[in-house]
Each structure stands twice: as structure tokens, then as C-alpha cells.
Design a binder for this molecule. Sequence first.
Ligand SMILES: *[C@@H]1O[C@H](CO)[C@@H](O)[C@H](O)[C@H]1NC(C)=O
Length: 527
Amino acid sequence: MFKEILFLLSLGCYSEAANILYIIPYAEKSHYIMLRPIGLELAKRGHNVTVITSFKETDHPSGYHQIMVDDVGSDDKTAFGGNDGSRPNLFTTVDMSTETILWKFLWVGGLALTENYLKSKQVQEFLAKDNTFDMVISEQFAQEAFYILAHKYNAPLGLVSTFGNCMKHNIVTRNPLQMATVTFEWAEIPEPTTFVGRLKNLYYSLYEYAYWKYWFLYEQERLMTKYIPNIPQPVPSLFEMQKNASLLLMNGHFTFDPPTAYLPNIVEIGGAHLSHSKSQLPVDLKKILDEAPHGVVYVSLGSNVKSAELPIEKKNAFIKVFGSLKETVLWKWEDDDLGPIPKNIVTRKWMPQKDVLAHPNVKVFISHGGLIGTQEATYNGVPIIGIPITGDQYNNLLLAQNIGFGRILRYHDISEETLGNNLKEVLKDDSFKNKAIEIADRFKDRPMNALDTAMFWIEYVIRNKGANYMKNPAMDLSWVAANMLDVYTFVLFVVLIIIFVAIKVVLGLINMVGIGDNRVAQKRKRS
Ligand SMILES: *[C@@H]1O[C@H](CO)[C@@H](O)[C@H](O)[C@H]1NC(C)=O
């Protein structure tokens, strides 16, 4: 009882409802899974939340207002598709270089999505109105033009990253760069701490940063100027906007990701979409899971990948191996024409993944290693066999493999033999399950759950008018000064001068002695 009263008091300590603009401009389902509860929870706590989104919520608190941008949110017009609605076979991205992925999905895709959102009738109507906001929150991904709305409404800017630690933001805010231990989020670096690993990390980080700062941000500014009316003068650059962000909420946690140093306004909220999750399994799925005598193998390659695009020989390898198991196999498969399949395989076009993974009968998760799915497995203590396709998936799986509750199976290596061996090992060897449970416990062991942590810091920033005192004072220094390079250079210079002078003096002395010796020698010769 006392606990409940304390809880109510803690909820009540922030009684003032704020007007919050929440921008979810990247029409990606997996991103939305992570971003969704933040807007809904803010509204539930009594705030007036206006959301720019392409994912419609039907059951929401009354203070949740949606600016629906529905013409970019359909499945085939996501960032992975072209502007014309075309969409590549995602399995072909396995062989794309990091640079290509950055260009295609992050930059070209990001600009197309930003423009589609900004020019939409709904957003244009919204921008034409006289709005006031106490805080503007936006996803940090590839749509920086929206950041200017914080300036437009004279409100603090909060960013939410669906990724964990982010190189760009670290550089901009002068948060210490920890390139020796934090891998660049889009690169595949099997041994990040080796010399070659660190060299690659530096290369990719600089590559992204240079194009982002000197090209992409200007393109974003072009869209901003074209579509956003009445921006108060002087208009700050989008680089300045990001630099001045009051808060960055990040989808990571040190119990899974490598621990790093953070400024006080960078907060880890990894697993926020799982904190208040109370949904239940549909009756039919629950029955299948409850009544699987030997447990369940759950298979899903994510929300973007279409199983029909899987080459026939790989598809057949899956079916053969699954058919030979005594476990029940629950497979997210979007097409009807899987053909005749063994009795122990059950397919569904869609599955409530976090609820499936929460079921105690699930023995292993065969996944593509997307961050959301990896966190859901982590949270529920389920070992992973991961087939990375693109983006950050390899890195997520590498962490799981290094911790000891995951196995990476390369896409090109998929065969009856490799899949069978991996499954046999993970199902038989208890160390995978034990490790998974250990990680699940420590992932949840926090002073406050992830979603409440996000709420606390958002309300904190509003309460403290942007909490500017949390920002890094090094932000105001040049990069050279912030890294002490000018002072180091000066000290090095002084040391070199001292060494130089010392050498001169010593040489001079030797010379004098030498000349003396020479004279003696010459005298001897003459005599
Ligand atoms: C809440 O937000 C809606 C939609 O943006 C706006 O029309 C309304 O005036 C706001 N309410 C308050 C009390 O600020």
C-alpha cells in the first residue's frame, strides 16, 4: 500500500500538463515500435501531444493528436523503397557496402522521406497554424529539417535515437568519442578493438560525418527553407540545432551494449517499448505455444524482409531442417504458397513478436538481428541464431554472440548442414539459455524502467526550461580547443625548442673540445 501511495505521489509531482510536438518522420515500422510508447505514454500522463506520424493509433488517450501523413506510410513506400514506390529484394542488401547503404537508405532515402512528409497537405496545414509548444521531440535519424521546428516554436529540442550510441551526435556535442570500443553503427567490423578494426571504425565514422555535415545537412536545409514557413530570423543551421539539443534519448543499455561515457543529457532508454507492455497473445497462438511439448523455435526475419524473396534452395533448407526437429516451429511467413510443409511448422503472416518471445516455451529465436527484435529476445532471455542482412544487424548479433547467448549464421552460408548444426548446438547446450537469462535479469535491473526514465527526462527538460546547464561546455569551443590540440601543439613546440637548444649547446661544447683535441693532434703531427 505504502509503495502504491509513493508511486502516485511520484506521478503527481509533475502536475503541469505540457504541450509537446512529437515528430516521427521515418516511416519504418521497426523504428515506430520503439518510438510509439513515448508519445502515447506522454499523453497518458496528461500532456497534450501532437504527433506527426504515418502510423495511425486508434485507441489512444484523449490528449494524443495525430497529424497523419498517410501517403508515405504504406509498406512499399518506406525508406527501403524508391520514391516511386518500388522496393528492392532486401536479401540483395546482404552484399551492399556500408557506403552504399548510407547513400541509398540513409541519405537518398532520408531526403525523399523528409520531402514527402514536409510537402504533405497535412503537415503544410499544421505548419500554417499558430501553434505553441513547450518541447519539440523528434527522431534522430535522417530528417534533420524538422529540428528547426524547435526554433520556430522557441521550445527545447529533444531527440530520440532508435539506435544506441551514435557517432554523429557524439562529435557534434563533443561527447567523448570512444572509437576504440564503440563500433560505427552501420559498419561490419568483426574485431572492433584490433588495429584494423579501429582503423575501419575511424574511416567509416569520418566518411559519414563528412558527407553528413558538408552535404546532407545542406540538402536538409534546402528542404527546410522550401517547405517550412515563418522561421524566425536569424535562422540557425541544422548543425547548430542538433548541437543545441537539450536531450538525446538512446535505444541502448550498458548491460548489452559496450558501456561508454555520456554527458548528463544523453540517456539510455534501451527496451522502452517493453517496459509497460501488457498485451496478451491471441488465443490460437497461446494454445500452440502452451501445448508444444518440446518447446518452440520462433523464426522471423523482421518487418521489412519478405520471406517470399528467400531463394528456393535456402527456403528448402529451412523447411528440411525444421521438419527434422521435435520442437514446434513458429515461422513468420508472409505468403500462402509455402507448399506442403511438415506438421510441426506453423506459419503466420504476422506475429506479436514481443508476446511470443515472452512465452516460456520459446527455446530459440531465429532472427535477422534487428535491434528491436534483439532487445525483445534479450529482455525475455531467449537465445538467438542470427542471420544478419543489413544495417546494424551484424553488430547487434556480434554483441549477442560475444556475450554468449547468440550465434551468427551468415546469409550466404545458409544450408541444411549449417542451420541444422547451429540449431542443434543452441538447443542442446544449456550455456546459451543460461547466459540469455543472466542478460535478461541485468537488462531489467535498473533504478527506473526504460519508459519511465524517458518520461522523467523529458519532463525534467520541460520543467527546467531546456536544462541548458546539462549541455557540454566544450560545445562552445572549437574542435581544436575542445581536444586540447592547440595546447598540446604549444607544449610540443616548447619541448622541441628545448631539445633543439640543448642539442646545439652540447654540439657546441663537443666542437670546442674537438677543436682543442685537433690542435693537440696537429701539434703532435708537426713535431
Ligand atoms: C492540444 O493540441 C491540439 C493539437 O495540436 C491543439 O489544437 C490544442 O489547442 C492543444 N490544447 C491545448 C490545451 O493546448
